[in-house]
Design a protein around this ligand. Sequence first.
Ligand SMILES: C[S@@+](CC[C@H](N)C(=O)[O-])C[C@H]1O[C@@H](n2cnc3c(N)ncnc32)[C@H](O)[C@@H]1O
Length: 322
Amino acid sequence: MSKIVSISSDKIFIKKENIIPFLKNKNKSLPTKYLYDEIGSKLFEEICATKEYYLTRTEKEILDKNASDIIKTSKAQELFELGSGSSKKTKPLIFEALNENDLLTYFSFDISTKALKMSYNELKKISKKLNIKLLKGDFNNDLNKLSYSKKNRLFLFLGSTIGNFNNNLAEKFLKNISSIMKENDSFLLGVDKIKDKKIIHSAYNDKEGITMKFNKNILNVVNKEYSLNFNEDNFLHNAQYNSKKSQIEMYLESTTNQSITLPNNENVKITVGEKILTEISRKFSDNTLNILFNKASLSLVKSYTDNKKYFSLYLLKSKKYF
Ligand SMILES: C[S@@+](CC[C@H](N)C(=O)[O-])C[C@H]1O[C@@H](n2cnc3c(N)ncnc32)[C@H](O)[C@@H]1O
């Protein structure tokens, strides 16, 4: 097993009092990153395999078809995947990059140790020419700590993880990526597009209830991290599509009047029907994306999509070199 290198500032975040504003706010929420512990990362893999979750299937289809073009266009000599998860879908890009280079380093960057382990196990047997590096960190806080590389890097941000960011955070993230890119670096962004809301709704409400388990698991994670007393049996999974904002809003809805004790020993009341936001998953139009790319000084090189135009991949360069 390759060593996991931590560049995380999470130790600073996990001060017990940091969770307080999220739960004292009138609109309660929990940080989305806590969906991904050992159990959450495994459940996410299971979600990807459900009939309803078209995102993974569709993005894989686009990657399988266009991997060669993406690697040739970007002239990638090194791959750097942010929020890699299991890296399963990335394999065609790795194969193509191995065809073009004598040696290849693939960086898997994720907040979840389980995801990094899954990534390593998925890729370890591919080739002796493949060097796998595992980095544990938070892509919203730790990008400035990434080491410099002389090689042409292709940064990957797949799975429509960008959809989990509100507009300000998405802009900040894209600006950060653009600022760390060198002249010959490229960035491949996977994005879920606006479509029939029934299709989107079912993707987050699968019949087997895996997304429900994934959502509720966040309570066990924050219980552990912050010594809280959530009981997952007192909550329902509630994922609704907000058409005005073009986003899925995933909540845990309280089935009873209850009280949670915060790390400062203060009690917070949660009333029956009250909802805690755990994740948003935005769906994008080309127009919204163009505005974001412009603000982040990213220039579009090529885009790739599927027959139904459900999902798109955007290959981008930093504008500072144009
Ligand atoms: C929606 S999943 C996508 C996984 C994979 N890229 C795919 O396309 O299937 C989001 C991934 O980002 C990771 N993640 C979530 N928040 C993170 C953060 N703040 N910093 C780094 N990784 C994070 C999760 O552990 C998970 O592997």
